[in-house]
Every structure is written in C-alpha cells, then in structure tokens.
Design a protein around this ligand. Structure first.
Ligand SMILES: [Zn+2]
Ligand SMILES: [Zn+2]
Length: 315
C-alpha cells in the first residue's frame, strides 16, 4: 500500500482569500468592531476616498483598518467556505486510500475500505440588511447607508449633519416656491409649514451636534440656544449676523412658536420677545414669504457657524 499523502489538503495552502461581494445595489455591509457599538451600515466601494483609507463608524466615530469592519455574517460565510474547501480536500485525500481485496478461494475473506461522502457542511449565505437613510457624502462623494439620519462618513469621517440641514432647508425653500403660485389660503399654509420645517431642521441639527459633545441643548428658541451654546462651548453662533438679521431670526422663531402652539394668535410672551412693531395682542401674526426666505438663509449661516464651533474638521 502507498504511504498516505494529503496532497489535496496541502495544495490548499494556509491562506484563503474569500471575496465578499457587494449586494445588487452595489452596497457592501460593514459592522463596527467596537463591542459597545457593533453598528451596521453599508458603503459602495470605490465611490468615496481613492486608495486605501481607514474606515469610520458612522454611529460612534471609531476608526480603524477597513478589514476590521467585516460583519459577523460575512465572517461566518467566509469561514463556511474555508471549512467546505478543507473538508472536500480531506475527503479526496481519504478517497485515495480506498482499497478492496476480493475474497480468495472457498473460505477467503474479502476486506475493503470505502470512504463514504458524509453530509457536507452548509455554506452560510447571508443578505445585507435594509437601512433607513442613503447619503452621498458632500466631501468625498461616498455613497453610504445608515440607520437613523445623522452620522460620520465611513470614508472621510466628516459628520453629515450640516449636509442634512442643507437638504432640509432646500425642501423648505421649495415649499416657498410652491407658495408663490398657490391661492392665498394654501400659500399661507405652505409658508407656515416651510418655517416650521426650517426650525425643526435647525433644532434636530443643533441637538445632534451638541449630543456629540454630550450636551443637551434645544434650538427651537434661538435666544435661549444662543446663550446655552455660549455657556457650554464658549462661542457665539450668531457672531456672523448683522443686528437686523439676528432680530429677524428671533422674531421669526417666535412666530413659529405661536403658529405651533397658539394657532398664530399673538400673546404677551410674543409681544415681549419678538420685537415686532406690527404686533397687536389677540390678533393673528402675519408671516410673509420674504421673511421666511431670509430666516432660512440666517438658519443656514448659524448652522455653519455651529458646526465649525462644535465639530471642527480634525487636522
Ligand atoms: Zn461604532
Ligand atoms: Zn465622506
């Protein structure tokens, strides 16, 4: 009998390269390796930073080598492929040992060894998951998808909050464009809605930024927010505004408050805070398209200042 040589097993070598392919939309699943996070997200390879770059977790901001971000399912899949290759090779090697001695003469005993194909281990196929927000990064053009809305870009590491704010303000501007060609009642509704959306976008944006630095600040009252940001972070997000722009911001934010909570009817609080010479107690406020247009521009500039003050780009 020949000496046993595990040639098939040896020829596999000691390193395996298992390709992990993107899904039908071009996304590759990724998972943060930090135990407290394990956040799942997807990227489209090749759309962002060119050349090898570290990967950033959009949720916790951890960054590390790209190869440390494989998902558990991808690892299980690769492992099952390797196991399959190894067991197949072992099976072939054992097969080469098969022999069969036929019985000889009247009382001969036949001996044989047959290697039975045992049940093969299954390949652990997987599907990438559906996520909630798809984003194309403004800074590096990476196409990625995450749960929730806000996060760091997995390729360049820039936080997307300013981009999300800009997108929401753009939608508010579109509402104003629609209002311009609508009949009066609908136009008023659209103008009020555009303001509500701009303020909500600013509030969501500002809170997200502050939360990154473990601060809890609301931005629906722009006056209170300005003071709290100064106290907490030591800068003034309205320092780039002219006095009349700041006044406009305060007045319009107060109008939003009345619209949201008082059906737009002027109360004492408004008279004190809004600095509005046209205001009469008990009457409804007037809100013009031009006013909301300016408010959106002011919100955009305060947003940029807030972002630069709280999450400056790391050098
Ligand atoms: Zn993470
Ligand atoms: Zn990016």
């Amino acid at each position: 009998m020949n000496r046993f040589q595990p040639t098939n097993l040896r020829s596999l070598g000691t390193q395996f390269e298992i390709p992990i392919k993107p899904d039908e939309d071009g996304y590759l699943g990724r998972e943060c390796p930090i135990k407290e996070c394990l956040g799942y997200f997807k990227i489209t390879p090749g759309t962002g930073v060119k050349g090898p770059a570290p990967c950033h977790c959009p949720y916790c901001g951890n960054s590390g080598e790209s190869r440390t971000f494989f998902t558990q399912e991808q690892i299980e899949y690769a492992r099952s492929i390797v196991l399959r290759k190894v067991t197949d090779a072992i099976h072939k090697d054992l097969k080469s040992l098969e022999f069969e001695h036929k019985p000889q003469g009247m009382f001969g005993i036949g001996i044989s060894m047959k290697v039975q194909a045992s049940a093969r281990l299954p390949i652990r196929y997987y599907r990438e998951k559906e996520l909630e927000t798809a984003i194309v990064c403004d800074s590096c053009t990476l196409r990625y998808a995450i749960y929730g809305v806000f996060g760091w870009c997995p390729d360049c590491g820039v936080h997307n909050s300013l981009q999300i704010l800009a997108k929401n303000l753009e939608l508010a501007r579109k509402e104003l464009t629609l209002a311009a060609s609508a009949e009066a009642e609908l136009a008023n509704h659209l103008i009020g809605d555009a303001l509500e959306n701009a303020v909500s976008a600013f509030d969501g944006f500002g809170r997200e930024l502050c939360a990154r630095k473990s601060a809890d600040i609301r931005f629906q009252s722009v006056l209170g927010a300005r003071r709290k940001v100064q106290d907490t972070f030591g800068f003034d997000f309205a320092d780039g505004l002219r006095p009349d722009e700041w006044e406009c911001a305060c007045r319009v934010f107060q109008k939003r408050h009345l619209l949201a909570h008082k059906m737009g009817v002027i109360d004492e609080d408004y008279l004190q805070k809004a600095n509005d010479p046209d205001a009469v107690l008990g009457r409804r406020i007037r809100l013009t398209e031009g006013e909301v247009q300016s408010a959106i521009t002011i919100v955009e500039s305060m947003g940029r200042r807030l972002f630069a003050g709280i999450l400056p780009p790391t050098p």
